[in-house]
Ligand binder design. Structure first.
Ligand code: FAD
Length: 708
């Protein structure tokens, strides 16, 4: 939009970004944009800082809304641009959205990046009479790793066809796939001669309130621990209502490998000649030694004693099944992750329907769904609802919790009344502000970001206190900060980028610019940094290379170490070449890495300026102030947070004075701090978190069902 400013002053607007509203304020003086304030805090993009910096600069320089999107943050950048158009229109005294441009009838095939790291999403959009008539996704790989794409497809497409608006909300828990579907439509509109900016009309929301009464137990969150609580409450005779914010059940629990198993009778018989698979006293002593306090010794003891019986219960009653011991742990696959002699303590879910998401991830959504369906059938009053986000407790005059307020995706408000509440909302990894408060930093998320601390906050609002809230999140992955999802590099090139950033044989620098000292990764005294793992929120490192190092890779290939980097999960799709095979396209990889904010090039002085490092330290670490170096960043990626509400052996949330809140319970990641220690990584034996979902879920369900 060209500037013909009629008014000066401050103008503010918002526009829908990837999964939040983006806010923009500009200040105009003498017909020029003098100041820009962009707020993209609600967006989940790791490129937020780049969006603010680059777009603010562009706006001042260009004095127009003709902005170039920031690489890796197109949806957010477009929202900033639309908000700017709106502000400029206000300044010109006109409405920003003029009459919609006509579209040419046709079927438009479009390809866009999506959640999958392996392949983009392609869809066909049928346009007729200026209306989007049909949207068909003809190829995608998002569903290879999770059920989220199918949820977006089945729910979002009908809503988009009805609303004819790109401001239709993404499906909670499937925002990346939802964003890709909307991007396909956006491209189709533009290719049909239209202007997709004009297709962001507000979508009307309902404003009615639905009241539901007569429940014994309300479960907030139907991930693993919520479903297991629901099952045990229903099995103990309670009328149960489940509230789930996402477009489907299961939370992070459906993506996990499996739980720790402590002497389950069924598992021991099947896989260990009827013998115990672990010595409970040894496990208890090791655990207490790890958390360095016996403050929650009773809960830890219970978690150990009840693990086998809980797994047996859910296997017998609700159809769960597990294979033998997970992975080759005794062979040292995760050297510092478990005690090598505990080679049978971690089991994995059996694959349902013979469907495995990848080599190591079985699809166990059907197991959780079947269990929930079975529990629902136990009483005709039992029910649950998806896309319903619990927001706060309802309390009576004496401050007793008597229900939960919730909001549906369509705006409908709910008041659900019940005698007992189980909080099972999965922790707070999706809440950046809370992460900053607790850890001083955020970290990237590998998993669901729906968990935003709602359960913990609700528990606190009832007088509950937290325990070991600052336990470090579950970080098992380090990767480049900005995963490249577009096709600017091939999957194999992306794998090489990951290897450059995480290999252990490069010179490693910390964020101040000095050589990285060994860090204590697991919290145990003798543990050394697990090579290549960034282990805590905010912790990052840089692998440094000289031009000669990179030229050598071009001509003589990756080192043995680099070629054998295990880039688990976030492997960006491809395979690494064998060591010694020349990497002729390294320049292309470097260029794209720099564009995406994964690597930096320059003299120590330039790098120190770009990365806000200490120039003196960096020059000393790199060696030559005149030479150009290349720094590749590796950051931490977490599955979930671990600290939560304080609970007793019955899973009742505790007040600061140690007394239980009789009808409020917390399970799973909402209370896992009781097994851990603030400031330290969570207990380093495999499957402990999932084990807690089973044990805490069973106990909370039983006790919640008893509340009068
Ligand atoms: C990829 C991956 C692999 C993992 N592998 C393992 C493993 O092998 N072993 C292991 O022990 N642990 C593993 N974990 C850890 C795992 O996260 C926990 O064990 C487990 O999922 C915690 O269960 P939960 O019920 O607390 O959370 P979730 O299963 O995540 O459930 C929380 C639910 O609450 C919902 N919710 C959130 N807020 C609200 C609200 N306001 N209203 C209503 N609903 C809400 C969410 O949508 C979600 O469905 C893994 C995690 C990931 C991401």
């Amino acid at each position: 939009m060209k500037m013909k400013i009629m008014k000066n002053g401050k103008f503010t607007s918002k526009a829908k970004g990837h999964n939040s509203d983006v806010d923009l304020t500009i200040r105009l003086s003498d017909g020029r944009i003098e100041d820009v304030d962009i707020n993209v805090e609600g967006e989940s993009s790791s490129r937020n800082d780049a969006v603010v910096a680059q777009l603010s600069k562009q706006i001042i320089e260009k004095q127009s809304d003709n902005l170039d999107a920031v690489t890796g943050a197109t949806e957010t950048s477009n929202a900033v641009r639309r908000a700017l158009t709106n502000c400029l229109s206000q300044a010109q005294g006109s409405d920003s959205i003029s009459k919609k441009k006509s579209l040419k009838d046709g079927v438009y095939e479009e390809t866009v990046p999506s959640y999958s790291l392996i392949a983009p999403m392609t869809g066909r959009v049928t346009i007729k009479d200026n209306t989007i008539k049909d949207i068909e996704i003809i190829s995608e790989k998002d569903s290879q790793g999770s059920p989220w794409f199918k949820r977006a497809q089945s729910k979002l497409i009908p809503r988009l066809l009805e609303s004819q608006s790109l401001d239709t909300d993404a499906i909670t828990g499937a925002s990346a796939s939802s964003g890709a579907i909307k991007a396909i439509i956006e491209k189709a509109i533009n290719d049909a001669g239209g202007n997709s900016d004009q297709w962001h009309t507000p979508v009307a929301k309902k404003d009615n309130t639905v009241v539901k009464k007569g429940y014994d137990v309300i479960v907030v969150g139907l991930g693993g621990s919520g479903i297991l609580s629901y099952c045990s409450a229903a099995d103990n005779g309670a009328r149960v209502f489940g509230i789930e914010a996402a477009g489907g059940i299961g939370g992070n629990s459906i993506s996990t490998s499996g739980p720790m198993v402590v002497n389950s009778k069924i598992q021991s018989k099947k896989y260990n000649d009827g013998q115990d698979n672990i010595n409970e006293k040894d496990l208890y002593d090791t655990w207490i030694d790890y958390v360095k306090t016996d403050k929650k010794a009773d809960v830890i003891k219970k978690a150990i004693e009840e693990d086998g019986p809980a797994l047996d219960y859910y296997m017998k009653k609700f159809g769960f099944s597990f294979d033998g011991a997970a992975f080759g742990m005794s062979a040292g696959y995760y050297p510092s992750f478990v005690r090598p002699d505990w080679d049978k303590e971690w089991t994995i879910y059996s694959a349902d329907n013979n469907h495995w998401y990848s080599e190591s991830e079985p699809d166990h959504l059907p197991t959780f769904q079947n269990a929930l369906d079975k529990a629902k059938m136990m009483n005709p009053a039992n029910d649950y609802q998806l896309e319903l986000k619990a927001t706060e407790f309802i309390k009576d005059n004496e401050n007793k919790v008597i229900g939960v307020r919730a909001k549906s995706y369509d705006g409908t408000k709910y008041e659900v009344y019940g005698k007992a509440i189980v909080l099972a909302s999965g922790g707070f990894i999706g809440n950046k502000e809370m992460m900053r408060q607790v850890y001083g930093h955020t970290c990237h998320v590998f998993g669901s970001t729906v968990a935003q601390g709602d359960g913990i906050k609700m528990g606190q609002s009832a007088g509950g206190t937290t325990y070991a809230l600052g336990t470090l999140p579950m970080i098992h992955i380090s990767q480049v900060p900005n995963i490249i999802r577009d096709a600017s590099l091939t999957p194999d090139q992306k794998a090489i980028l990951s290897a450059l950033a995480t290999t252990s044989d490069a010179k490693k620098l910390d964020e101040t610019g000095q050589i990285l000292e060994s860090k204590d990764e697991s919290g145990t005294d003798d543990a050394k940094i697990t090579v290549g793992i960034a282990y805590a929120p905010g912790f990052k490192y840089f692998n440094a290379y000289t031009k000669a190092d990179l030229d050598k890779i071009k001509t003589s290939g990756l080192s043995d170490e680099m070629a054998s980097v295990i880039i688990i999960l976030l492997d960006q799709g491809g395979k690494l070449p064998a060591s010694g095979v020349p990497v002729k396209d390294l320049d292309k990889i470097l260029d794209e890495a720099i564009k995406h904010g994964d690597a930096w090039k320059g003299t120590p002085a330039k790098l120190a300026k770009d990365l806000k490092m200490d120039e003196e330290k960096l020059t000393k670490a790199l060696g030559d102030s005149e030479e150009e170096y290349y720094l590749f960043e590796a950051d931490s990626y977490a599955y979930a947070t671990c600290g939560g509400l304080d609970v007793d052996v019955n899973m009742n949330v505790l007040r600061k004075d140690g007394t239980p809140i009789e009808n409020v319970f917390a399970v799973g990641q909402d209370s896992e701090g009781v097994e851990n220690r603030s400031g330290q990584a969570y207990t380093p034996w495999g499957g402990q978190a999932q084990a807690w979902t089973f044990v805490s879920g069973k106990i909370a369900g039983e006790n919640a069902a008893k509340v009068k």
